[in-house]
Structure formats: C-alpha cells, structure tokens
Write a new protein. Structure first.
Length: 313
C-alpha cells in the first residue's frame, strides 16, 4: 500500500500556482492587461512554472529515491507499442481541435462559413487579399493545417514541456495512490485552476472571464485524461508533450472557419466550450470501452511502491 507524498505534492502545487501568479502580476498591475507588450513573454514564462516547481521539489524538497528520469517520465516510453502512443498524441488531440468548430456549428453556437470569409479578412489585413480575390483559399488552409500537424507539436515542444513535466511528469504519478481516475481528475483540476491568472484577465474566455476559470478547469480535466492516459500507459511524459503541442498548434483553427465579423464565444463553441466537450468525452469513452483506460499495469505503479518504501525507511 503506497501513501501520498504530501511534502512533494504540497511543494509542487504551492510553487506552481504561486509562481504563475507572480509571472502575471505585471499584467494585473498594468492598465492594459493582456494588451500589454509584456503579455506574451510573461505568459510564456508562466508555462515554465510547473517545470520549475518540479525541479525545486525533486532537488530540494522531496528528492525521488529512484532518480529524476524514472520519477518524472523523461524516458521515451516502456513496452513495444510506445510509438503508437506518440502517434495517438500527435494526431488525435489536433483532430479534435479542427473538428470542434464544425461540431459546434451543428448546435448553432458557431457561425461556420465554408467560403472562409473570416480567413480572407486575415489575408487582406496581411496584404495578400487582392492576389487571392478570385481564388479559393481552401488549399492555403489545408496547407496550414498540414504544417500544423507535421511541425506544430515539435515547434511547441519546448514551452509545453514547461507545463507537462509538471502536470503529467510529476503531479499525475504522485497522485496514483488515490487510483487512476481520481489522479487524472485531480491533476486536471489543478492544471485548470493554475490558468486562473490569465483566464481572469480574459484569455481564452473573453466573454466571461470568471466563468472561464470553471470552463478552463473542465477543459483541462478532459484533456488531462487523454494526455494522462499516454503518460500512464508508457511511463513517459513525451507523448503528453506532443499531444499538448498539437493542441496549441491547432489553436488558430478555433476561428479559422468563422464568418467574417462573427464573434466566437468559447464558453459555448469550439474545443474549449460546452459543445466541444462531447468530442473529448468521445475519445475518453473509446479508451474506456476498448479497455485501454484505466491502464492495466502502469509502469509507475511498481516505481511508486519502491519509492514509498524508501521514504518510510
């Protein structure tokens, strides 16, 4: 029977949340908020706070007896099928992001325009509109989505590692003594609440920032279950890094298919909103019905037993 490492968990959560608020403090003190020129670099710095918290905890607060690599999933993955989990993470989360606007349109909460008038407006603003006035822009959109699929996860790997090394690398396995489902849900809740400093400023849910914190928390629980499954199945954090990078790479798809001048309310629409949740739930349901989740023999289980025994000595 393993027990929770309260020292490590408390240190990690406190540092992650505290450092996140510290990073965003200049934006709260600024009169311009997210429009401040420092917003992007500060949000980028915020993404590394879970990794910094992990580093501090495993080095000075509660060092893992089995070593950093095993404890935080820095290996490529265990088992003969680890590559399939990488492929899943590379494609499925991004596919959900792309499909979600079309799914939201079925509920009437996303003003879908297959003529891509909104995208044409962006091209006009970039100075390329006149040369494409009488040409379909679908090939450009498809090419952009293809680039996002191939290169997006890699280009986003460094900043999202700053988050994933904390959430899926350290936090999720530390919560496993509670059971896989509680560990997945609780780690997702903490991940979602961690976003509060920027969500309350209007990021992701500008129409209702206060409700947006709740919405982001639900979103993070759902996505965290999908990404966390890859971590539990392989013992590696890297598929979760790839999956998170894919989600960020396809973030632009949320408004890509919207009609010119339309407002996309992410409380309701896209993968972030209520009508997008069924898509994430469908992925989770498939994993559950195919008996992939919960994971039958997660590599971290035996490691935690050994680590717990070492802590008691």
């Amino acid at each position: 029977m393993t027990s929770l490492n309260w020292r490590g968990l408390g240190g990690f959560v406190g540092l992650s949340v505290g450092l996140a608020w510290l990073c965003c403090a200049p934006l709260w003190l600024s009169e311009t908020g997210l429009a401040d020129p420092l917003a992007l670099p500060l949000m980028l710095a915020m993404m590394f706070t879970p990794a910094l918290a992990t580093l501090i905890v495993i080095r000075w607060i509660s060092p893992p007896p089995e070593g950093i690599v095993k404890a935080t999933g820095l290996g490529i993955g265990k088992g003969r099928r680890w590559g399939w989990y990488w492929l899943f993470a590379w494609t499925v989360p991004g596919l959900v992001m792309v499909v979600s606007p079309f799914f939201s349109a079925l509920f009437g909460v996303y003003d879908l325009d297959l003529s891509l008038s909104g995208f044409r407006t962006l091209l006009n603003a970039a100075g390329a509109g006149e040369s494409l006035a009488n040409v379909s822009v679908w090939p450009i959109v498809i090419a952009q989505l293809g680039v996002a699929l191939v290169a997006g996860p890699l280009l986003n790997a460094v900043p999202v590692f700053g988050e994933e090394w904390g959430w899926r690398g350290y936090l999720l396995p530390q919560l496993l003594p509670l059971g896989q489902w509680p560990a997945l849900i609780i780690s997702g809740v903490i991940w979602g609440v961690w976003h509060a400093p920027i969500i309350l400023l209007g990021y992701n849910y500008p129409t209702n920032p206060a409700l947006g914190v709740v919405m982001m928390t639900v979103f993070c629980v759902l996505v965290g279950i999908v990404l966390g499954w890859t971590r539990l199945a392989t013992g590696s954090v890297w598929p979760a890094v790839i999956g998170h990078g894919s989600i960020n790479a396809f973030g632009g798809a949320l408004t890509l298919f919207a009609r010119e001048g339309a407002t996309v309310d992410t409380i309701w629409a896209t993968a972030l909103g209520i009508t997008g949740w069924p898509l994430w739930l469908a992925v989770i349901a498939v994993l559950g019905l195919s008996r992939q989740l919960p994971v039958a023999d997660p590599p971290d289980r035996q490691r935690l037993v050994v680590a717990s025994a070492a802590h008691r000595l």
